[in-house]
Write a protein of this length. Sequence first.
Length: 292
Amino acid sequence: MQHLVDTNDFSDTQIAQLLHDAKSFKAQRPQQLLHDKLLITLFFEASTRTRSSFEVAAKRLGASVVHLDPSRSSAKKGESLEDTFANLCAMEPDGIIVRHSENATPKLLADMQTSPVINAGAGNYAHPTQALLDLFTMVEHFGGDVKGKTIAIVGDIVSSRVASSGIRLMTRMGMNVLLVAPEQFMPNSDLPQYKNLEDVIDKVDVIMSLRAQLERHEKELFEDYADYASQYCITKERMRNRDILLLHPGPVMRNIDISDEMLEDPRCKVLTQVKNGVFIRMAILKLLLLDS
Ligand code: ASP
C-alpha cells in the first residue's frame, strides 16, 4: 500500500513519472482513469485551494469524492482521530486525503495500513502536494531541469509546511535554496540565511513568498505587519525588471507578502500554481490508486 506522507515516499523515477503525467494531463484532458475509485477528504484545518484542487483532480479522472467535515463529525463528540479514521476505512475507500494541525498525523494514520493516506498538509512539517506542484511549475517555466537554479524562500519559513516540504524536495532536485526572513521567522537550518532580500535578489532565479502563519504562532511575533511588509513584501520596486519567477502557495496577504501590482505582473505565477496543482494531483492520484 503506497502512501504520500512526504515527497520522500516517492522515488526519483516516480517523481519523474508525476511530472510527465501532469504535463500530459495539462496538454490533453485524460480519460476517466479512476472511474471506479472513491476518495474521502478529511480536513481538520481550513483549506481553499488544496481541498478543491484534490476534488477537481479526482473528478477530472472520474473518481467520486466524499467529504467529512470534522467540525460536524463525531470528533466533536470526543471520538479519537484513529477511531474516526478506522470507521472511514471500514467503508473501503480507495484513499483518504488528510489535513491536520499535527505534524505526525499522516504518518500515524498511514502506519495503520488500512487505506492509502495522502497528506494534504500537516502542521509546519509537510505539504508534499504543494512541493510537487511548485516543482512542476518551475520545471515547466525553465523548460526542463531545475538543477543549479537558485530560489529564495521569503517570509515565515519556520512555521511553514510549504517551506519545509519544498526545501526537502528542491535540495533533492539540486536547487540552491536561500532563506530570507527576519529572526522571528527563521528556522534552525544549514541553508544560507539572510535578513535582507536585497542581499540575494541579484542571484536568484525564483522567489517563493510565504504568508505569516498566524494560526501557528503562540504569541504575536510582529506588532505591525506593515513593518514586516516594508522589508519583505515583494514589490515592483524590489523586483525591478529582473527575470525572476515569483511563487506563493496562497492565501496571499496582499501588500504584506506581495504587492497588488506584482500580483498582476506576468512574472508572478500564483494562479499558474493553482492550475498546475490540479494536474499534479491528478498525476499523484493516478500513481497511488492505479500504478502502485
Ligand atoms: N495553503 C498553504 C498551507 O496550507 C500555505 C498557507 O496556508 O500559507 O500550508
